[in-house]
Structures are given as structure tokens and as C-alpha cells.
Design a protein around this ligand. Sequence first.
Ligand SMILES: Nc1ncnc2c1ncn2[C@@H]1O[C@H](COP(=O)(O)OP(=O)(O)O)[C@@H](O)[C@H]1O
Ligand SMILES: [Mg+2]
Length: 302
Amino acid sequence: MSISHGQIIVVGNEKGGSGKSTTAIHLIVGLLRAGHSVASVDLDGRQGSLTRFFVLRQRFADKQGLKLHLPEHETVPPLDDGEQVSASNVTTDLRELGGLLRQLSTRFDAVVVDTPGSDSQRSRLAHTMADTLITPLNDSFVDLDVLATIDPDSMTVERPSHYAETVWQQRKQRAHLGLKATDWIVMRNRLSSLDAVSKRDMARLLADLGKRYNFRLLPGFGERVIFRELFLRGLTIMDVDNETPGGAGLNMSHLAARQEVRNLVEAINLTQASLSHTSSDTPSTVTEARPAGSAAGVHAAP
Ligand SMILES: Nc1ncnc2c1ncn2[C@@H]1O[C@H](COP(=O)(O)OP(=O)(O)O)[C@@H](O)[C@H]1O
Ligand SMILES: [Mg+2]
């Protein structure tokens, strides 16, 4: 009999700057706000974007006397470049990482793992352990090559890319281990930059790739300047309401951005049953109540 555990959700794409950390941040806050308990793991310790976000979030909450939704966060420090990493060190390192993800998955509804934009044994292990894999993809043909080489004349798929092969290998390994198949979601990010014909080509190619490699396609996020602005305070579009700090209020683009995050959270499909081991597990390191009048427009955690 299998022991029920929380979902391990890995955000991966071998390209830097494709929106992995942005996706992870919004998914984590979205899941927390939906009442799920969440652990987060920053496997990209060198870049550390996810970790930085939660540091900023904690700082903002402390400064404003707010209680904000926070996951239990772990940063996996990068392996030291100068160090000769022996095979046994690597084995130990991978065993520890596997143990960490498994342990977190027994305590939380979701374990969201942000990965670096490069291939590594750690990243491969995380991909093998992924119940759900989310690959954000910048909405351009150049970025499509993370999935496949495209023939520019016929605009058809020539061959799978290194990353698609890696995902295929990790899925085979899961099958070998008797684990349920990874639900692979590819989501387009920073939509809107393409003209109508290119948009159609992109949609056709992605639909074709989805059938070949067995992934689901999600429309994803538009180009949202607000994501970057709020990052600096450790906030997401889900944390603010009509009195957005800055006073301008939420415009149509902000509301659309919020809906995009909701769509992502819904696509993950965490069952309501998994809400059972929630709130008491959810670590909220900020305990003070929100003083009246402070940080107008920011939704505090209950
Ligand atoms: N949908 C978006 N709208 C606006 N800016 C975005 C969007 N997605 C990502 N960015 C910005 O692009 C940069 C790279 O995104 P990031 O999530 O750090 O990528 P990765 O983790 O894949 O390297 C960041 O500055 C981020 O704020
Ligand atoms: Mg990143």
C-alpha cells in the first residue's frame, strides 16, 4: 500500500531567465492563499531568487507588523566550485536531497522546488521525484529550442532538445521505480510579444510537441511589470487588493495577472482532501497582528 504524501512540484527549464523563480513564487503564494500547506526548496542556491523573495517578504511583514503567508523554506547551498567533489560526496549529497524532498512531502500538501537553468545531478534527481513538472517557456521561437529543434523553413519539429530528452529519461526512471507518471505542464510566459501569425505557429508547434512528449499546455503569464515591482517588497499580485501600495489601485492588467496565477494553482489540482493537514503545519514566522492603517491594500494571512 502506498503512503499518501504531498505533491512534489518541480519548476524546471534548462534556460535561465525563462520565469522559473517567478512561477515558483506565484505558485507558492497562490497555494498558501488557497489554504494549502507548502514547503519550498531553492535548488538554485547560486542565484537564490526564491530565497531572496522570502527574505524580502519577511522583512516587509516585520516592518509593517503584518502576518503574511510563508512556506517552510529550504535553500540548498551550491556545491563549492573549488572543491573536488568525489563520487561518494555526490552520492551523499543526492541522498540528502532525496531525503529532504521525501520528508517535506510527508508534512506538506505541496513541496515546490525551484531549479537552476542548467543540467545537474541534483536537478535530475528533483525531476525524477516530480509528481508535477512545470516548465515555463518565454513566448519566443528562440526559447522553444529548450524543447525541440525547429526547422525554420517548414516550421516543424526536427528533433527533441537535450531538456526534453532529460525529462524523458527521468520519466522512464520513475516508471522503473514504480512511481506514477509525472504530470508535465508547459506554460508560456511573458505572452504578447508575438504577432498574430507567429502566435499561431507557436500554438501549433506547442500543441504538436505536447502530443509527442506528453505534456499539458497552460496559457501562463503575460508580460507583467507588476511582478517585478512587487518582488522588491516580497509581495505578489495575490497579496494586494484595490488599495495597492502606491495608491494606483488594480487595473485590468493586474486583475488579468491575478487570474493567471489562479489558473496555475487550479491546474496543479491539489485535492481538497489534502487541505486536511494544513494550517497548524503552516509556519508563519510573523506573529504580530496588523496595526490599523498600516500597509493598506496588503492581504494578511488569517
Ligand atoms: N511574466 C513576467 N512578466 C514580467 N517580468 C517577468 C515575467 N516572468 C519573469 N520576469 C522577469 O524576468 C526575469 C527572469 O525571471 P526568473 O523568474 O528569475 O527566471 P529564471 O528563474 O528562469 O531564471 C526576472 O527579472 C523576472 O522578474
Ligand atoms: Mg531562477
